[in-house]
Design a protein around this ligand. Structure first.
Ligand code: ZN
Length: 244
C-alpha cells in the first residue's frame, strides 16, 4: 500500500489547518513550509490531539509535562505568526487510535476552521524507518483526519450533534501528508529555515539533548538532494492529494 503520485497544488488556497498528535510534530516536519505559506498570506491554524505527555528527555516532573509542552507549542506557533491553536482534551500521548470520537473532534475542528487544505501526518507507515515518522499516534491521527475529511466533515448526517451546534458541513479540497512513504512533493525552505529553527527552539523539553540545527540541516539537506535540488538547499517533503 502506498500513495499515488502527488497532485498539482491548488492555486487558490486561503486557509490551512494542521492536525497533529504531539507538540513539535509540525515544527520538525513542516515549519519551513508553514512559514512560506504565512509569508504568502495564508491563514494557518493547528489542532493538537495530545499535549505530548509521554515525551521529553529532561528532568521535568511528568505531571508538569502537558502544560509545559502546550506552552512550548503555542510559543513555536507564535514564532511563525500563528495564534489559532486548539488542544483536544481526553487523549493521552501514546494511546491514539482512529476512533469515532477522534474523528468527531477533528470533524468539529474542520467545520469550525473551514480550511481549503489540511496538513497532517501520513496514515501509511514507512516500513524502512519505523522510528520517528511512523509513531502509531501519527498514523492514527493521519487516518482519523482522512476519515474526517471524507466523509465526516462534508456529510450533514455524520456526527449529528455537531450540526446541532451550528457546525455545518465543509469540504476540504486538498491534503498534505507528512512522514509517509516516498514523499514526492518537495518544498525548498532554505529561505524559511531560520523561522523553522526559531520555532523548533521553543520546544525546549524536546531538543535540549542534541544539536537540533545540525540534525535538521543534515536531514533537510539530504531531502533536498534526494529530490533533485542543488547541494546546500534545504527541503521538506510531502505527499499532496486532492480530496474534493
Ligand atoms: Zn510526534
Amino acid at each position: 500500500m502506498t500513495f499515488p503520485p502527488s497532485a498539482s497544488v491548488l492555486p487558490d488556497v486561503k486557509r490551512v489547518l494542521g492536525v497533529f498528535a504531539h507538540p513539535d510534530d509540525v515544527d520538525f516536519g513542516a515549519a519551513g513550509t508553514v512559514a512560506t505559506w504565512i509569508a504568502e498570506g495564508l491563514q494557518v491554524g493547528y489542532v493538537l490531539v495530545t499535549r505530548g505527555d509521554a515525551g521529553g528527555f529532561d528532568d521535568t516532573p511528568r505531571e508538569a509535562m502537558p502544560a509545559l509542552r502546550e506552552a512550548e507549542q503555542r510559543a513555536a506557533a507564535a514564532a511563525l505568526g500563528i495564534e489559532d491553536i486548539e488542544f483536544l482534551d481526553g487523549y493521552a500521548d501514546g494511546t491514539l487510535t482512529p476512533s469515532i470520537e477522534l474523528r468527531r473532534d477533528i470533524t468539529a475542528a474542520i467545520r469550525r476552521f473551514r480550511p481549503d487544505r489540511i496538513l497532517t501526518t501520513s496514515p501509511l507507515r514507512r516500513w524502512e524507518r519505523i522510528a520517528g515518522p511512523s509513531h502509531p499516534d501519527h498514523l492514527a491521527v493521519g487516518e482519523a483526519t482522512t476519515c474526517a475529511i471524507y466523509p465526516d466533515a462534508r456529510n450533514p448526517f455524520a456526527h449529528p450533534d455537531l450540526a446541532a451546534q451550528g457546525l455545518s458541513p465543509w469540504v476540504v479540497r486538498e491534503v498534505w501528508y507528512l512522514g509517509g512513504p516516498n514523499p514526492d512533493h518537495l518544498v525548498d525552505v532554505t529561505d524559511a529555515y531560520p523561522a523553522k529553527l526559531a520555532a523548533l527552539r521553543r520546544h525546549t523539553s524536546q531538543i535540549n539533548h542534541f544539536d537540533v540545527d545540525a540534525v535538521l540541516r543534515q536531514r533537510m539537506g539530504q531531502t533536498a538532494l534526494d529530490g533533485g535540488l542543488a547541494e546546500g538547499r534545504l527541503a521538506e517533503a510531502f505527499t499532496v492529494l486532492r480530496t474534493e
